[in-house]
Write a protein that binds this ligand. Sequence first.
Ligand code: G3I
Length: 342
Amino acid sequence: MASLASHFPFLVGCTIDGDPAKNYSDAERKLTVDQFNCFTVENSLKSQSLQPIEGQFDFARPDKLLAFAEEHKLKMIGHCLVWHHQCPDWLFHRGGELADCETVLARLNTHISTVMKRYKGKIIGWDVVNEAISDGGDQQLRRSKFTETVGENFVVEAFKLAHAADPDMPLYYNDYSIEQPGKRKKTIELLKQIQKDAPRIDAVGIQGHWMLGGVPLAAIEAAILEYAKLGLKVMITELDIDVLRRDKEGADVSATQNATTREAANQLVCPPEILKRQADDYAALFRLFRKHQDKISRVTFWGLHDGRSWLNNWPIKGRINHALLFDRNCQPKPAYDAVMGV
Ligand code: G3I
């Protein structure tokens, strides 16, 4: 049977979460197993979900996902150990005050080592730090509780802790819009700093939350080449092509909007001309990925099918988006046929 996973030399994945036996239909489980050879856990491996209260870990959902991965010989990717979003408040506070650097690092060490040791030899790699680069201006890192407590070196410290927890685990840095020149330059600096001061980094994840008619192919190619020149593998980690209008580039999940006009595509049946344009965009992307397949280790779609996409609720809640290769009935869209033709 033709599948994305067998069609490309790099890993091809999607995101799933929860308990596959309970939260997914037979058709969805079949689609996951038939088309992909890996998946990223969308939310249940984030610190807020794993350790909502200090010392109380909840591994129930990741353990179910691992069992599903092992049953179907799928590779599982860990996302994400350190992120300023979906991160529990207790990590940064002590007695009503902001905790000091040593306290936050000790807490991060407990979190990272507990989680990584549990999945040692089972998860194939971790997004150690997610979205640390600032979106605008000259400062390299976005302001967060991590920069406020640990300081600008928190990214390097996180990679040190991750390597200490599991020296055999491949470690990744993951972010959005880092194909764009400004963030790309800052990211290169950060990656060089990690390579210099931390014991290991294996790959960089370009998230790939792009928009219909606005896929920045030249910037993506430049980014692939520049990151690969650092000796890192490049991954496209959260790929989708939004067919609805949004004011914001990128994927800063806190940057929401109020509903404006209802668009032609914002309905269950997406107009064929929009699906055709999306197919063309995806095909152009995968031609680029195939051209640089020696530098690319993985391409992951952020969602299993259109009905499971985060873009149905961001930046505007309750929309009907069509961002992926499969429709809400798990059926291939023109974009799937176009990608399989690359
Ligand atoms: O699990 C709770 C549920 O118990 C509660 O009833 C419900 C109330 O709203 O919230 C549920 O948690 C939600 C979680 O997804 C699981 O569904 C959070 O509110 C919601 O904010 C969270 O959204 C996720 C978002 O990251 C923030 O963590 C999206 O599903 C997920 O697709 C998105 O993924 C991020 C990547 O991790 C990083 N890159 C950007 C990407 C898109 O924002």
